[in-house]
Design a protein around this ligand. Structure first.
Ligand code: ATP
Length: 941
C-alpha cells in the first residue's frame, strides 16, 4: 500500500490495480442493487447538502423563521391599531341609516332604538315608519325591519332573539349599555329632545361604524335617507312650517373584541407559509437541473445508476430538509404564540405543510424532467412561486373566496382544475384550520367569530356552517368537503406529478438517455419488456443479433480496402469481436422546424477484440464524440446498432454494467473529494468495501492523486480532474471502456503515468479512445481508425497506416554556408527527382522524399555524415538545433560514402546539421484529412 506519491514515484504493479473492483453486480438481485445504490446516493446527497450548508440552512431554518417573523410583526402592528379603544367618539353634524344586519346574515338584530318613550317621539317614529313603508315599497321582510314595534321587550343584557324594527327604549343609558353588552346587534339609535310649544325638535342619531357591511358609516346615503325620513316625520308631526330641526350624529361606543382575531395570520398566513416553504422547491429544481446540465446525472447513470434511485435519493434527501423546515415553522409559530399554531392540532397543521412541500417537490421533479438548463429552471421556478403567491393572495387572504368555489355560481370544472394545484388544496385546508383555531371575520357583517379550536377529529367532520364563509346570496350550493379531503388531494397531487415526472423524464430530449416516443405508454411492448427477463438480451448470439438487424451496407466508391474489409468482418459472426458496431448512422436536423439534415455519422462499421485499444482519430466535428455518445447510450442513433459482449445497444441497463466512460469534459462533483467520488461510483457499481478501499489506495496512487485525495474536486487543476475522470472510468472492472480525449490538459509526466496505467489496464477489455494527440494514439492503441466527415477514412495499425499512407521520409539539413545551397539542392534533386522541397528558409532545407527512393536512402545518409561538420552520432552536434535534432531520429547507420555522392568540393564540409525520419502518424492523419476535405468539397464524397 502507498501512503503518498512521494514515497514511490513508480506506478504499482499491474495486479495491484488492473482490476479496480471485480464484483459483478449484474449477478445481484434488483432490490440489492437498488438498496445499495440508494444508500450510496443518499450518502452523496447528504454530503452535498452539508457542503452547501448555507443554502441548506437557509431553506430549512432561515426561510420559515424569516417569513413567520414578518407575519408576526404585521400581526402585532395590526393588533396595535385594532385594539385601540374609542370610549368617547366625536359627534358630527349630520350622518347615516340602514336595515339591520346581525353578526351574520339573517341573524337577530335591532334596526332602530329611540327614546324617550313619549307621545311626541312615538308619533314621529310611527309617521316615519309609515312614510318609509309607502315610499320604498320594501319587501315584507324589510317591512318588519322598519315596522314600528313600540316598546323594546328585552333587558339590557339580552341579545336580540329576532329582527326588531323600530323600538322605543327607556333612556340613553339603556342604548349605551345595550350596545356595549351586545356589540354589533343594533344599527341605529335616536334620542329626541322635543320642545313642541317652541317648535324645537332636536335629535341625536347613533350609528354603528363597525358594522361596515350595513353601510352605516357617517355620510352614507342610508344615513342621509334616515335623516331625511326623520326630518319629514318631524315636519309632518309639527304640522306647520316653523319647526326647527337640529340633528347630531354619533358613533356607537366601540370596544376591543374580547378574543382578538389574528387577522393578519388568518388572511396572509397562507401566503407567508407558502413562501417560507417554497425556497426548498426552487432549490430542489435548481439542484436537479444543474446536475442534468453539467451532465452529472448522465455520468451517474452511465456508471449504472438506476434512474429511479437517482430520483428517489434526491427526493428523500430533500424530504428530510422539508421535515426540518416544517418542524421549525411549527416551533416558530408556537414560540410566537400565533393562535392558529396554538389552538390547532399539531399533526393537522404538520401534515398540511408537509404534504404541500412533498407535492411541490413532485412538481419540481416533473419540471426538472422537462427543463435542461439551470437558467430556465430559475425562470420557471420563480414563475411558479409568483403564481402560487398570487393564488394565495387572491384567494386565501379573503376568507369568503376560500369557499366560493363551492358556491352555486362556480363552474365545477374550475374547482377541479384548482384542486390539481397543491397550493390551492393547502390554502383551503389552512384557512379552515385557521378559522376554527383562531376565529374569523364574517365577510357580510365584518364581525369577528371566535375560534373553537381544531382537533385531529375535526379533519373528518363537516366544517361548522358559520365558519364556511361565502359571499354567495344563496349560501354554498354544495357542501364543502371535510378538511381531510384536502389532505387526500395533496396526496393525489403527489401521485399525479410523480406520473408526469416519470413520463416527461422519458420523452423529453436530454443528454441522459435515449428519449422515448411521446406515445410510449400506449405501446404494450413497453410494459411487456418491463417484466421480461433481461436474460434474453444477454444471451443473444452474434448470429441472432445480425439476423435481427439485417444490415444492408451498400458498397461505397473510393472506400479504403481496409475499411471495406472491416465491414465484411463485423458481419461475419466467426470473427471474434467483443464490440461490434454495424452500420451506425446519426443524422441531425439543422433546427427544430428545419427539414435540412446533417449526417454526423455515416454507416460506420467497426469491430474491436478483447484486449484491443482502438484509437479513433479525426478533426474537430468528424463524429468521434457522437459515436461515443451513441455507444454510451446518451444519444440515440438514426440507424444501425452495436453489440457489446452479446448485449445490444438498446439494452442499456445491461450494457452500462460493463461500461466505463471517461467523457470529453470532466463530469465531477465540485463539492466531493476524490475519495468520495470513488466511493460513490464504486458503490453504484456494487463493489465491496474492501474493493473500494483498494481503489482508493492503489487507483488514486496510480493516477497520482493519492496525496490530494481529501481535497474537493473543485480545487483540482485541469489535469488532476482528468486523471480522476480516467480513474472513475476504470472502476468496477468494466469490459468496455470509452475514453474521450483522456489526457487533454495533462503535463507530459502525468500523461505518461496515465498511459502506463491504461497500458496495463487494457488486458481483457475493449477500449475505444479518441485523441488529438497522435503520440498518444501511437503509444496506446493497437489499431487506429481515422474519421472524416462522419465516415471511416482509414483503419489499421499505426505502422500499417504509416507505410500505406506515409509519404516516405522527411529530410532536413542546415547548410554550413548559404553559398552551399545550390550544391545541396542539386545533389538532392539528382538523387531524388520526386523529392518536394517544403521549406527553404533561415539556412535550412526541408524535403519530403517519396517511398520510391527507399533503396538510395542508406547511401544518402552516409554522404550526409561525410559532409557534416562536428558529427556526433550522425544526429546531434555541439551547437546544433537541439529541438530540430531530437525530433528527427535517424533510422540509418552510417556507411562509407560512395563516389557518386562525393561532395563537389572534395573534403570540405557542406552541412552543419541534418535529420531524417519516417512519416509520422500525424502526417498520415493530415494527408488523409486533407484528401477527405477535397473529396467532400468537390462532391465526390
Ligand atoms: N446535438 C447536435 N445537434 C446537431 N449537430 C450536432 C449535435 N451534436 C454534434 N453535432 C454535429 O455533429 C458533428 C460531429 O460532432 P462530434 O462532437 O461528434 O465531433 P468530434 O469528432 O467529437 O469533434 P471534437 O474533436 O471537436 O470533439 C459536428 O458537425 C457537430 O456540429
Amino acid at each position: 500500500m502507498f501512503s503518498s506519491e512521494s514515497k514511490n514515484s513508480d506506478v504499482p504493479a499491474v495486479d495491484q490495480y488492473s482490476e479496480l473492483g471485480t464484483s459483478d453486480y449484474s449477478e445481484r438481485g434488483y432490490f440489492k442493487t437498488f438498496s445499495s445504490q440508494l444508500v450510496k446516493m443518499l450518502s452523496r446527497n447528504f454530503t452535498l447538502l452539508c457542503r452547501y450548508y448555507v443554502s441548506t440552512f437557509s431553506q430549512a431554518f432561515l426561510s420559515p423563521i424569516a417569513f413567520l417573523l414578518i407575519m408576526f410583526a404585521l400581526q402585532k402592528s395590526y393588533d396595535h391599531i385594532n385594539k385601540k379603544s374609542v370610549p368617547h367618539p366625536e359627534s358630527y353634524p349630520l350622518g347615516p341609516l340602514d336595515m339591520c344586519q346581525g353578526l351574520k346574515r339573517n341573524d337577530p338584530c335591532v334596526n332602530l332604538m329611540y327614546y324617550p318613550q313619549s307621545t311626541d317621539s312615538d308619533s314621529i317614529m310611527r309617521l316615519f315608519a309609515n312614510n318609509n313603508l309607502e315610499r320604498t315599497g320594501v319587501s315584507s321582510s324589510d317591512k318588519n325591519a322598519i315596522n314600528f314595534e313600540g316598546v323594546f321587550d328585552l333587558d339590557v343584557n339580552t341579545p336580540p332573539n329576532k329582527k326588531y324594527g323600530i323600538v322605543s327604549i327607556p333612556n340613553e343609558d339603556f342604548l349605551y349599555n345595550y350596545c356595549l353588552n351586545n356589540p354589533n346587534t343594533t344599527t341605529f339609535g335616536i334620542s329626541f329632545e322635543i320642545n313642541k310649544p317652541a317648535d324645537i325638535y332636536k335629535y341625536q342619531l347613533w350609528f354603528n361604524t363597525t358594522l361596515q357591511r350595513n353601510d352605516t358609516a357617517a355620510y352614507n346615503t342610508r344615513v342621509l335617507g334616515l335623516i331625511r325620513g326623520i326630518d319629514e316625520a318631524i315636519i309632518g308631526y309639527a304640522g306647520n312650517g316653523n319647526a326647527q330641526i337640529e340633528v347630531n350624529l354619533k358613533d356607537w361606543p366601540t370596544v376591543p373584541p374580547q378574543q382578538s382575531s389574528q387577522i393578519i395570520v388568518a388572511t396572509l398566513g397562507p401566503m407567508f407559509l407558502f413562501s417560507s416553504q417554497m425556497v426548498i422547491f426552487i432549490n430542489f429544481i435548481l439542484m436537479l437541473v444543474t446536475e442534468k446540465e453539467k451532465r452529472l446525472r448522465e455520468s451517474l447513470q452511465t456508471a449504472g445508476l438506476r434512474p429511479e434511485v437517482y430520483w428517489l435519493s434526491w427526493y428523500l434527501a430533500y424530504s428530510v430538509v422539508v421535515v426540518i423546515c416544517v418542524l421549525v415553522t411549527m416551533a416558530m409559530g408556537a414560540a410566537l404564540d400565533l393562535d392558529v399554531f396554538r389552538n390547532a392540532n399539531f399533526f393537522a397543521l404538520f401534515f398540511n405543510l408537509l404534504l404541500l412541500n412533498l407535492s411541490m417537490l413532485m412538481v419540481g421533479c416533473m419540471l426538472s424532467a422537462m427543463i435542461n438548463t439551470s437558467q430556465t429552471a430559475v425562470l420557471v421556478s420563480v414563475y411558479i412561486f409568483v403564481i402560487g403567491l398570487i393564488l394565495m393572495g387572491a384567494i386565501f387572504s379573503n376568507p369568503s373566496f376560500t369557499y366560493i368555489w363551492w358556491d352555486s355560481g362556480t363552474t365545477p370544472a374550475i374547482r377541479r382544475v384548482l384542486m390539481l394545484l397543491p397550493p390551492f388544496n393547502f390554502g383551503v385546508l389552512f384557512v379552515t384550520i385557521s378559522n376554527l383555531a383562531s376565529g374569523s371575520v364574517q365577510p357580510i357583517t365584518g364581525t369577528y367569530i371566535p375560534g373553537i379550536g381544531f382537533k385531529w377529529g375535526d379533519l373528518f367532520k363537516d366544517i361548522p356552517a358559520n365558519y364556511v364563509q361565502s359571499t354567495d346570496v344563496n349560501q354554498t350550493s354544495i357542501p364543502v368537503p371535510h378538511p381531510d379531503f384536502f389532505l387526500t388531494r395533496l396526496l393525489l397531487n403527489m401521485l399525479l406529478y410523480f406520473i408526469l415526472a416519470w413520463y416527461f423524464d422519458k420523452v423529453t430530449p436530454n443528454n441522459i438517455r435515449v428519449r422515448k416516443s411521446a406515445f410510449f405508454p400506449l405501446n404494450p411492448m413497453y410494459w411487456f419488456s418491463l417484466f421480461k427477463s433481461k436474460k434474453t438480451y444477454q444471451e443473444l448470439s452474434t448470429n441472432e443479433w445480425l439476423s435481427k438487424l439485417k444490415p444492408s451496407i451498400p458498397p461505397r466508391q473510393n472506400e479504403d480496402e481496409d475499411v471495406t474489409a472491416e465491414r465484411s468482418a463485423v458481419l461475419d459472426p466467426n470473427v471474434d469481436y467483443s464490440l461490434r458496431i454495424v452500420d451506425l448512422n446519426k443524422v441531425f436536423r439543422s433546427g427544430f422546424f428545419s427539414r435540412k439534415k446533417f449526417t454526423a455519422i455515416d454507416s460506420t462499421c467497426l469491430g474491436i477484440k478483447e484486449g484491443e485499444v482502438l484509437a479513433l482519430l479525426g478533426q474537430n466535428g468528424a463524429g468521434k464524440s457522437t459515436t461515443m455518445n451513441i455507444l454510451s447510450g446518451t444519444m440515440n442513433q438514426s440507424g444501425g446498432d452495436a453489440l457489446f459482449y452479446g448485449m445490444p445497444l438498446k439494452d442499456q441497463l445491461s450494457v452500462r454494467r460493463i461500461l466505463g466512460i471517461c467523457p470529453q469534459h470532466d463530469i465531477l462533483f465540485d463539492n466531493l473529494n476524490a475519495v468520495e467520488h470513488i466511493r460513490l461510483y464504486a458503490g453504484i457499481k456494487g463493489l465491496s468495501k474492501e474493493e473500494i478501499d483498494r481503489i482508493i489506495e492503489d487507483g488514486l496512487y496510480a493516477v497520482r492523486l493519492y496525496s490530494v485525495r481529501f481535497k474537493l474536486s473543485k480545487t483540482y487543476s485541469g489535469g488532476m480532474k482528468r486523471r480522476l475522470s480516467v480513474l472513475i472510468a476504470t472502476i468496477g472492472n468494466p469490459k468496455v471502456v470509452f475514453l474521450d480525449e483522456p489526457t487533454t490538459g495533462m503535463d507530459p509526466v502525468n500523461r505518461r503515468h496515465v498511459w502506463r496505467y491504461l497500458e496495463r489496464f487494457k488486458k481483457g477489455r475493449v477500449i475505444i479512445l479518441t485523441s488529438h494527440s497522435m503520440e498518444e494514439a501511437d503509444v496506446l492503441s493497437d489499431r487506429v481508425a481515422i474519421m472524416a466527415h462522419g465516415r471511416l477514412r482509414a483503419l489499421g495499425t499505426s505502422i500499417k497506416l504509416k507505410s500505406k499512407f506515409g509519404i516516405g521520409y522527411r529530410f532536413s539539413m542546415i547548410a554550413k554556408d548559404t553559398s552551399n545551397y545550390s550544391i545541396l539542392k542539386a545533389t538532392v534533386s539528382n538523387l531524388f527527382p520526386q523529392a518536394i522541397l517544403e521549406d527553404d528558409s533561415a539556412g535550412s532545407l526541408l524535403y519530403n522524399i517519396p517511398k520510391e527512393h527507399d533503396d538510395i536512402i542508406p547511401k544518402f545518409v552516409s554522404w550526409l555524415e561525410a559532409n557534416q561538420e562536428n558529427l556526433v552520432d550522425g544526429l546531434t552536434q555541439e551547437d546544433g538545433d537541439t529541438e530540430f535534432s531530437m525530433s528527427m531520429p535517424v533510422p540509418y547507420q552510417s556507411e562509407k560514402p560512395n563516389a557518386g555522392l562525393s561532395s563537389s568540393n572534395g573534403t570540405a564540409k557542406l552541412i552543419s546539421a541534418w535529420g531524417m525520419s519516417q512519416t509520422s502518424l500525424e502526417e498520415v492523419f493530415l494527408k488523409l484529412v486533407r484528401e477527405a476535405q477535397i473529396e467532400y468539397e468537390s462532391g465526390n464524397w
